[in-house]
Design a protein around this ligand. Structure first.
Ligand code: BEZ
Length: 185
């Protein structure tokens, strides 16, 4: 028998369409609830839920950085938040946190070297699961050996994203500095 192969027409209703899109990650948007992903603080055994952290604070800022101890992150980006800390507090920011795709021991050592104290909470996202869930990761294998976080800042209120700042080239330090975010508060 001669078989003819006709293109198969698959009807995609609204439910199937949603299921299809559920597998792809889309960039975090204003109005999104912070995803619930496990991060680490100080040691791999101290896991914290990303959503719980931000639910506990009315107004918070989260920055993402490409790497602990990199020159730009250590000398410019995080220090901008340490310097601006009193002003941020005045504007009602209860928490400043910083996430990086590094292990928790590296993040702890970085916190000590920067003297972040209670001003900036350093969080480890060792497998990049959190930044991938925000679609804020990028392939930095050529420079840093792995997928890393784009440099970003999020203004978060009650765990809901209110403003988003992402460096257009992933690693530059312009729109994500504390001074820029402060202007919007
Ligand atoms: C930095 O200095 O922040 C940096 C260096 C290399 C790659 C990404 C960031």
């Amino acid at each position: 028998m001669l078989r003819t192969f006709l293109p198969q027409v698959i009807k995609v209703g609204p439910l199937q369409a949603r299921a299809f899109h559920a597998t792809s990650v889309s960039r975090v948007a204003v109005g999104d609830l912070i995803p619930n992903v496990k991060l680490q603080e100080d040691s791999p055994s101290h896991e914290v839920s990303s959503r719980d952290i931000f639910k506990r604070h009315k107004r918070a800022i989260l920055i993402g950085v490409p790497g602990a101890f990199t020159p730009g992150c250590s000398k410019t980006h995080v220090p901008s938040y340490l310097t601006a800390y009193p002003e941020l507090k005045q504007k009602g920011v209860e928490l400043v946190a910083c996430v990086s795709v590094n292990d928790a021991f590296v993040m702890k050592a970085w916190a000590e070297s920067l003297g972040t104290g209670d001003k900036v909470k350093l969080l480890a996202d060792p497998k990049a699961e959190f930044v991938k869930s925000l679609d804020l990761s990028f392939d930095a294998t050529g420079v840093l050996g792995s997928v890393r976080s784009k440099r970003f800042a999020l203004l978060i209120e009650d765990a809901v994203v209110k403003k988003i700042y992402v460096e257009p080239d992933n690693t530059g330090i312009t729109c994500t500095l504390a001074q820029t975010v402060l202007k919007d508060l």
